[in-house]
Every structure is written in C-alpha cells, then in structure tokens.
Write a new protein. Structure first.
Length: 425
C-alpha cells in the first residue's frame, strides 16, 4: 500500500511539473534605460527571454521608457499592447499624432507621442497627408504614394513629413526681433508658407500661415503689413535694417558716377532693399527701392538692382539738345521760344551753349571742337559757355547782351527789317 501511494505521488508530481512548464510563456525582457537600450527598441529578438505566467507585453511610460516583459496588470493601447504567444512582444514603436498642429513641429520628438503598435503582422510606422493638408503619424499597414509612406523600424516616422514641408521661425512679442533655433517649427499644413508682421521692434510676430494664433497672415494675404515668403526659415527680416546706398536724384543725367551715391533711409521688414531707375519720357529718376511709390516693373519703365550704388547704368532716353547758330536761326541768340528751335539727339547726355566770334552756338557738347570744350570746361571769360545734363533742351538760357546784325545773320536781318517796316505802317 505504501508503495502504491508513493507511486501515485510521483506520477502526480510529474504531471503538475509538466503542466507548469506548459503554462509558462517565454517573453523578451529588456528596457530602454538598460545597457542594451538600442537593441531593446530596435531589435527585441536579440534580447533575453523570461518565463511569464499570463502573457507578454510591450509598454512605454510617460517619460519615454520602453519596457518589454511579462504582461502588465493594466495594459491598454497606445502605451501598451499584450500578447499570449511565445516571445510575441516584438511590437515596434511609432510616433502617433493624428492631424494636430504639434504633429508638424519639433515637439513631435517628445516621448508623449510614442505609441506601441499592435503585435499583429505587417504593422509599420506611417506618415500621411490628410485631406485638409494636415499630417498624421501613426501605426498602420504599409503604404507608398505621394501622400503616404511607411517604414518598418521603431520611431522611423519621426522625421518631418513631407520632407519639403515648410519650416518657419515662430515667435511673438518683445523677443521676436531676433532668432533662435528653439523658434523653428514645422508648419501644420503642407501648403503653408512663412510670414512676418509687426508694428515695432518690440511687437513682431513670425510663424506659419497655417498657424492657429491670434496674430497671423494668410498665405495669399494682400495686407502690406504681412510679408509672405515660401522657403524654409525665410521669415528672418528684422523690423528695420540697413538699406544700403543708391544714386538719388530727379531729372538725372542719363548716366552718373557711382561715387555720387547716397545712403538710403532704413528699410522696414516689408520693404524691398535695392536701387531703382525710372524713365518717364525724357526724365530719369533714381533712388532707393524702399522709397519708391508702387512697384518697380516694366509697366512703369522702372528697372531695379540689388547692389549698393548700382543704379548708374546709362539709360536709353531721347536726350535732346537745341542745335543752332545765331546767324542761321533768328531766335538762337535769345531762345525766347526754345520749343521751336531745332534739336538733335545727344547720346552722351550733355548739352552746351556759348559765344564764339560773336555768334551764339548751341549743340551737343560732343559736337563742340576741342578748343570750345576747353573754353567751356575752364569757363574762359567772354564765351558765356555753360553745359547741362537735363534731358530735354536744357541749353536754352539766353546769352547776355543784344545780338548785332552780324550775329543775327541774313535771316535775322530780314526779320528785323520786316518788324521795323510793320511798325512804321
């Protein structure tokens, strides 16, 4: 009898020992704060296994710590998933942020956006553009299209998506006139641009046109206080900045010396820096772009340039000078009606008038002899020679003194005789 009982006991012990080994489930065991943190996240199958009674789980705490091991008492998605097969806790971890503005920003790197994906086969990290141009990051099935991509390793969807989505400086208030890396943010919508607006150096606002803020500018804004730009981190202009130097003049010579440039007034953030040249008929004006009313374009015969003092190039205008000699043209001496005197086009942009051998002469300065040019340049007494550079018939000043009969010439003499005869009748 004793032998029988001993036999039953041994058989029972063996059965129960086999039941215990059948119930135990091996699970991968590691955490992201351990010595093999990287492999715990990325390659869980390289980790050691432990025997668990109820199942396995993969979980992430609020501070981002990843734990793989036996099933937790409380395990709910998206921070935890459990399973009941051998070493099933190989779940990948993805960023999860569903269409929120934070999904576009650097804050998406925060551990609070880490989610454990289900243990079902085929789960990957997904980045997708939603119908309203927002972006979602999540666990999902594989996809590959213009608006959706996926990858198969943990946290592989943490990068900016799409890669060409705008990044802008985002700030407001007293410290927004300077820039720091901490101000960089991705725009919440894929069609957003960057903007700058403000009323003073201590009241600036910068950000994405898609931002949900009290002060903002739309991507298609026509508000002159809204400066819109469409490249990454382009909204960096300070409230005021140096505008450089330009040639500044009205009724300018067709071509001028770059050494005559003057400093421009400070430009505001929404003003263009550079120089302009405007041709209106025969009048040439030059100045700083930030002081030009309206746009500079071909429609208003305006050309612009961005270098300091760059608006010196010759302008093709109808630069005309009066061209006459007093013994051939009656009014050439007094120029009482300059608009009726003959003119010639002068490409060099300088006219002259003077007296030589008792005759009044007007013409382009390049048409004068070398002696006449020398006498004009050195203001030789008696010649009354002057030069001018205003485009339209600027050499129209009368000469001092009355014209003699020899100065008047045949035409002048005939006109004088006619006037005398008329007054005697």
């Amino acid at each position: 009898m004793i032998g029988y009982n001993l036999c039953v006991f041994l058989i029972t012990a063996v059965v129960f020992s086999q039941l215990d080994s059948t119930v135990a489930i091996p699970c991968y065991s590691c955490n992201s704060t351990g010595t093999d943190a990287g492999n715990c996240l990325m390659s869980p199958s390289t980790q050691n296994s432990i025997d668990c009674e109820t199942g396995c789980s993969t979980s992430i705490s609020e501070d981002g710590t990843l734990i793989r091991g036996c099933q937790l008492t409380s395990c709910t998605s998206p921070s935890c998933w459990s399973c009941q097969t051998d070493n099933c806790n190989t779940n990948i971890v993805c960023k999860e942020c569903l269409g929120l503005e934070d999904c576009a920003t650097a804050n998406v790197t925060d551990a609070k956006y880490n989610a454990v994906c289900p243990s079902s086969a085929g789960q990957q990290c997904v980045s997708q553009v939603n119908g309203n141009k927002t972006v979602s990051l999540l666990c999902g099935t594989a996809c590959s299209s213009a608006t959706c991509t996926s990858c198969a390793t943990s946290l592989c969807n943490a990068n900016l998506y799409p890669a060409d989505r705008r990044q802008c400086y985002s700030c407001s208030g007293t410290d927004c006139n300077k820039f720091e890396e901490s101000m960089i943010t991705g725009c919440s919508q894929t069609d957003a641009k960057c903007f700058t607006t403000g009323t003073s150096e201590t009241n600036m606002t910068r950000g994405c046109t898609s931002a949900d803020t009290a002060i903002k500018c739309a991507a298609d804004s026509t508000d002159p206080d809204c400066l819109i730009c469409d490249t990454n981190l382009c909204n960096t202009l300070q409230y005021q900045r140096d505008a450089g130097s330009c040639l500044i003049c009205d009724n300018c010579a067709a071509q001028q010396d770059a050494n005559d440039k003057k400093s421009c007034d400070l430009a505001l953030y929404n003003q263009t820096i550079g120089c302009y040249t405007v041709t209106t008929g025969t009048t040439v004006s030059r100045g700083c772009l930030n002081k030009l009313d309206g746009e500079c374009s071909a429609t208003n015969n305006c050309t612009s340039c961005s270098e300091s003092g760059c608006n010196v190039a010759a302008v093709d205008v109808a630069f005309e000078c009066i061209a006459c000699i007093s013994n051939e043209v009656a009014d050439c001496w007094s120029a009482t009606k300059p608009e009726e005197l003959p003119v010639v086009k002068c490409d060099n942009g300088t006219c002259f008038s003077g007296i030589w051998r008792g005759l009044g002469v007007r013409d382009c300065f390049t048409s004068a002899s070398q002696l006449m040019q020398y006498q004009c340049d050195h203001k030789v007494e008696g010649h009354q020679c002057t030069t001018c550079t205003t485009p339209t018939k600027c050499n129209k000043d009368p000469f001092n003194g009355a014209a003699s009969l020899s100065q008047m010439g045949v035409v002048g003499l005939l006109m004088t005789l006619m006037l005398a005869l008329r007054s005697s009748l």
